[in-house]
Design a protein. Structure first.
Lengths: 363, 292
């Protein structure tokens, strides 16, 4: 068990600055997820913790040791790779025992640890097989088993579920979560999948272009995104963004653009006051929109035309147009509409977001 | 379509391949086997007669054959071990990125990529410099010492061995580099996480993962040395003091006109090569096991 600290961490390749001034304090027993689009520096950060990449500048501490100059073997970490990285010439047992054998553990201890891990993961009957005789999910379990037997201070996961099909990914996600609750080992998990990040992480670190965008608990990221990128990245379907002008009318602030005019909710009015007659970005999540009924205030609703209807069963996704603006709404499955129907949408006034057009920061 | 017709069609489709195999493989080998049982010779008048196993008998009874066989085996083993060691070294060196890697790759690959004839001249001039420098007398001295210790022609043979290693390790290096590049890098990284000792990682991870490529390299190296003729002939221009089976067979057939004994001599290589193939084939083309 250990905490992991990253201080002013930087990684530069010849021409690419892959990780920029990353500061992160990962608490003991925490499950932290680094998420972001490809090339955002999340894997590079993980590989620096592992010792597979040299640190250009900054400091990484695992437990109470600075590990910058420690070889990977002495950092007391165990890593699970995306493509499993199982040795094709070894049985499942030998693959799981590999790290312990390399460290010259006594045979009995190895057998006990491999046995325990196999039981936890339900792969006892696979121990004599070779990796090529296993399915993708079984291989991933073996790869996790190989990490567990080492009883490391920190688990490092590099997109471990990305090679699995969608159904298996959901299943393994739950298993990993259960495993973490059982083992209580600090874990750093890298993924490009925001759903994985939200479901697994105690806290989630959103990265882009080498910078940390925001660190927070999943619902915090969802509810209070620090900037436009995080707002668009977290949540599916993505948040709607509309370029609007802030206008003062009759003592109240409104935001408006062609085809859309809504009142600024009181909670945001103070901060938006400084943007009078300037452009800002209005952000509305698809799930914060609903079909307007008679009781909805005209201040928080607007007219649209239905373009595409995507019935998903539990919900319906609508692509609509409010003037020239494309809006996605997630509505109740009982709503019956078709292409080019007119529809009035109401928004959840406490859940709208505003972003500065220049800095892209939340207002 | 009826089953009989399908089978007929299958043979029809196979016919071109079979014909090709018969023309380029079965016919020449069959001809050579037949020749080895006769006294066929362009220098002899009159008809060719069947002599049974006489050619083989004379071969096995003569010291020349055993000497050639011994030299061939030594040649194959020494060059193969050296080529494999050097080739593996080149491959491991080139597998990791570093400044100037392209230049090193060129230096490693050029001996193989050049036409053999050009490489031979390069090698010949390395050992017998065409210009007068301090280096030239040194090489002359070296030849004198080696020949003095092991008999005339020893230096020439050593130079053939070195030439073979020089060119062959280049080829094997590139072959093994392709092998290393075919292995997902995570398999090596995973080992780095578990052990500091490059030596242990090499034996426990790199060698097993490269086994198919190593087996192929061993096979190609041994067979090319066993059946060698060109390297020795080109480098010594035919003034061969230590013949190997290939050069001796060539000498018997082309210089002495003894087609029968020459055929018999060449055919003694066949069981050796087949044996090698059977043993090593399992490693470089392992049987596929069922997958889940």
């Amino acid at each position: 068990m250990a905490q992991v600290m990253m201080k002013d961490l930087n990684k530069k390749y010849d021409e690419v600055h892959a990780v920029k001034d990353v500061n992160l304090h990962i608490r003991d027993k925490e499950f932290i997820v680094l998420v972001g689009p490809s090339g955002c520096g999340k894997s590079t950060t993980l590989r620096m913790v592992a010792g597979l990449e040299e640190i250009t500048a900054g400091e990484i501490t695992i437990g109470d040791r600075i590990v910058n100059d420690l070889p990977p073997k002495d950092r007391d970490i165990a890593m699970v790779f995306q493509n499993y990285a199982l040795y094709p010439h070894m049985t499942v047992y030998d693959n799981m025992a590999f790290g312990l054998k390399m460290r010259k553990f006594p045979k009995a201890e190895i057998a006990k640890r491999v046995g325990d891990a196999a039981e936890i993961l339900g792969i006892q009957e696979l121990l004599k097989r070779k990796p090529r005789q296993l399915s993708g999910g079984q291989r991933q379990r073996v790869a996790v088993g190989r990490a567990i037997v080492r009883h490391p201070q920190v688990f490092l996961f590099d997109e471990p579920l990305s090679n699995l099909d969608a159904k298996l990914r959901v299943q393994m996600r739950v298993e990993l979560k259960r495993l973490h609750e059982r083992l209580e080992t600090t874990a750093i998990y890298v993924t490009h999948d925001q759903v994985e990040a939200m479901t697994l992480g105690d806290r989630v670190v959103v990265m882009k272009d080498g910078w940390i965008q925001q660190v927070g608990e999943p619902l915090e990221l969802y509810g209070k995104p620090a900037n436009r990128f995080v707002a668009g990245f977290i949540g599916s379907p993505s948040m709607n963004f509309v370029d609007v002008t802030v206008a003062d009318a009759g003592g109240a602030l409104w935001v408006e653009t062609a085809g859309l005019r809504v009142k600024v909710p009181p909670a945001s009015a103070g901060r938006l006051g400084a943007y009078k007659s300037q452009h800002v970005t209005l952000g509305i999540r698809p799930e914060d929109l609903r079909v307007a009924s008679g009781s909805d205030s005209a201040d928080y609703s607007f007219d649209t035309v239905v373009e595409v209807v995507e019935p998903l069963g539990s919900e319906i996704l609508l692509d609509l147009k409010a003037g020239p603006n494309v809006i996605v709404a997630r509505v109740d499955p009982t709503v019956r509409v078709k292409h080019s129907d007119k529809m009035r949408l109401a928004l959840h006034s406490e859940r709208v977001h505003f972003f500065d057009n220049k800095t892209e920061l939340a207002i | 379509m009826g089953r009989a017709r399908e089978i007929r069609l299958a043979y029809l489709l196979l016919a071109p391949a079979l014909l090709l195999l018969l023309t380029v493989l079965a016919y020449p080998v069959g001809w050579e086997v037949w020749t080895s049982f006769t006294d066929l010779s362009p220098l002899k008048d009159g008809s060719t007669s069947y002599v049974g196993l006489a050619n083989y008998g004379r071969l096995l009874a003569g010291a020349e054959f055993w000497q050639a066989a011994f030299v061939t085996i030594a040649y194959a083993l020494v060059t193969s071990v050296a080529k494999l060691a050097l080739g593996l070294g080149f491959a491991l060196l080139l597998a990791r990125p570093f400044r100037g890697r392209v230049l090193v790759f060129l230096a490693v690959f050029l001996p193989w990529a050049y036409p053999a004839g050009v490489s031979v001249i390069g090698w010949y001039w390395t050992l017998n410099p065409p210009t007068t420098t301090a280096y030239a007398p040194f090489m002359g001295q070296l030849k004198f010492v080696v020949d003095g210790a092991f008999g005339t022609g020893a230096w020439a043979f050593v130079s053939v061995v070195l030439f073979n290693i020089w060119r062959g390790s280049s080829f094997i290096g590139v072959l093994l580099l392709a092998g290393i590049n075919a292995v997902p890098p995570e398999l090596f990284e995973c080992a780095v996480l578990e052990s500091k000792s490059a030596w242990r990682r090499f034996w426990l991870v790199t060698v097993p993962l490269l086994k198919p490529f190593l087996a192929l390299a061993v096979f190609l190296s041994l067979t090319s040395a066993f059946a060698d003729l060109a390297n020795v002939w080109m480098l010594t221009a035919g003034r061969i003091v230590f013949p190997i089976i290939g050069t001796h067979a060539y000498f018997l057939a082309i210089k002495a006109g003894q087609f029968g004994p020459a055929s018999a001599l060449s055919l003694t290589l066949v069981p050796v090569l087949l044996g090698l193939l059977l043993v090593l084939f399992r490693y470089f083309d392992p049987p596929r096991q069922e997958t889940a």
